[in-house]
Design a protein around this ligand. Structure first.
Ligand code: MG
Length: 289
């Protein structure tokens, strides 16, 4: 399975001021383009972000993206920048910082204290950015329901800590959550064993579909728990025809989702082109606000 469980590795970002500027497109919203609140998971532009974070942010803003979810936090830095500096760059381009993906250390009973310390620091760093959500997209994969319950207790503890800083902690799924341990579907078990006050769910609609389930049915079943969506397709949004994005957006708005993020992980084009095409697809869709 291709996913992001290992993308939190250190990236060495060289953001040289002199490299930024000359050959970049303007950060202004193109004339005639209606500004919709389309979010972008920056993992979609991971290689470009590694090469030139500021230049790539400018390009994302110029495409029309409104809000961002980050996917690079290491040693107190976000894409190689201190939280304040990163926030200034994003705000300066007229975009909003909404959410982040964070891995954290592998959790076992023995590492509880160290893990909670890691989250304390991560929460403090991200509180400086004004983000509202801190999302975990991977965990030590459980073999038994006891293993899974241990991880959910950990999620509840992180959730409580995150809520105390005015943000919300949540889980991002892949397809594996729609398999069972015993009689329990992992995703449902996770929903039932986390505190609704402190743990939200960012539902990746593509991975729900790959898990053999319906993102729409899940939103209907847990309308108060699913607060964010990953709008993802095989490659560019809308290209496969496998997902009914109209029905997904309508159901998402019906349950009051707080934000959604385009995610492109595989590409028919250069990533910047695929990410632009994905924005254009949603910008042209009458059902997207
Ligand atoms: Mg995703």
């Amino acid at each position: 399975m291709t996913n992001r469980r290992d993308f939190f590795k250190t990236t060495s970002l060289v953001v040289a001021g002199s490299m930024v500027g000359a050959n970049l497109v303007s950060a202004a919203i193109p004339a005639g383009k209606k500004k919709k609140k389309v979010g972008l998971q920056l993992y979609s532009l991971r290689d470009d972000m590694t090469k030139d974070a500021v230049g790539t942010l400018k390009k994302a803003a110029a495409m029309g993206y409104y809000s961002l979810e980050t996917a690079s936090y290491d040693n107190g830095k976000i894409y190689g920048m201190l939280p304040d500096e990163f926030t200034k760059q994003v705000h300066g381009l007229g975009m909003k910082l909404s959410s982040c993906h964070l891995g954290g250390p592998n959790y076992t009973k023995g590492t509880h204290a160290a893990c909670m310390e890691w989250w304390k620091t991560a929460i403090a760093d991200h509180a400086k950015t004004g983000m509202k959500f801190m999302i975990k997209p991977g965990m030590k994969w459980p073999e038994t329901l006891d293993d899974l319950k241990l991880q959910m207790d950990y999620f509840n503890a992180i959730g409580e800590l995150t809520a105390a800083s005015g943000m919300q902690f949540g889980w991002h799924n892949h397809n594996h959550e729609f398999t069972k341990i015993g009689d329990e579907v992992i995703y449902d078990f996770m929903l039932k064993n986390t505190n609704p006050k402190n743990v939200i769910f960012e539902m990746d609609v593509y991975w729900v579909m790959k898990g053999g389930c319906s993102p729409i049915e899940y939103m209907k079943k847990y309308p108060d728990r699913i607060k964010l969506l990953h709008i993802k397709d095989e490659k560019e949004i809308g290209e496969s025809g496998l997902l009914d994005f109209k029905a997904i957006f309508e159901q998402g708005y019906a349950i009051g989702i707080k934000d959604y993020f385009v995610e492109v992980e595989r590409y028919n084009f250069e990533p910047l082109v695929s990410v632009q095409k994905s924005y254009d697809y949603l910008a042209a869709a009458s059902y997207v606000k």
